[in-house]
Design a binder for this molecule. Sequence first.
Ligand code: SAH
Length: 250
Amino acid sequence: MKGWLAIAGLGPGADVLVTPQVTEAIEQATDVVGYIPYVRRISPRPGLTLHESDNRVELERARHALQMAEAGRQVLVVSSGDPGVFAMASAVFEAVEAGPAIWRALDIRVLPGITAMLAAAAQAGAPLGHDFCTINLSDNLKPWSVIEKRLRLAAEADFAMAFYNPRSRARPEGFGRALDVLRETCEPERLVIFARAVSTPDQHMCVATLAEATPEMADMRTVVLVGSSLTRRIEREGDPIVYTPRSVHV
Ligand code: SAH
């Protein structure tokens, strides 16, 4: 059988948010490769081998997947959300670029998924309804000085922002520093949405102002959305609706 490699996004958590294209690829695969919690989202079945790997071994995992596809296996590399957003698609292509020429001839496809910020934005209303940017706050793969520069300039340009990997036990202080950088430019009333475990049974949404926001409101299962200066809140019973209007008038 001819081998292939598909790099698929499993969405933010709920089964209904997995695309039919990804479901079909899961059904056709002989091997699923990925970080342990993501591989555990795939139901075992005869003929399917699940390869769980630890975090932070992305390139090794990518090479393993490519080697299996080269050997004729039908390999699915899984990420949460979308595989092109701080996830495995880039790792696979880094491995292809540095690897043997034969890997470039493989059938490789990227199957998109619903990324965390879009699932979170939909829960909140439409906070990303105008220009926005996305920043990974983890300094595992880039220096903090780059993160801080991007934050400062994005705030100055009045983008709405989505922060992935805001805070972990290994990096407890970074998110507090990020809030301090925002406070240099943004007004205290700026809206900040903490969306935790969106679309899972553990989902928790919290809308705060920048003045109210504290580092403890985020963890590694949280995506943080910061509004632009125009983002507003519609109060109603239960959670408010947060949205950014479609137009900017100067
Ligand atoms: N490829 C993934 C992102 C991987 S980075 C995607 O497109 O969504 C991991 C980060 O994603 C987490 O630290 C968190 O910030 C965010 N994240 C992933 N799933 C989430 C969910 N269900 N709810 C909130 N944030 C989530």
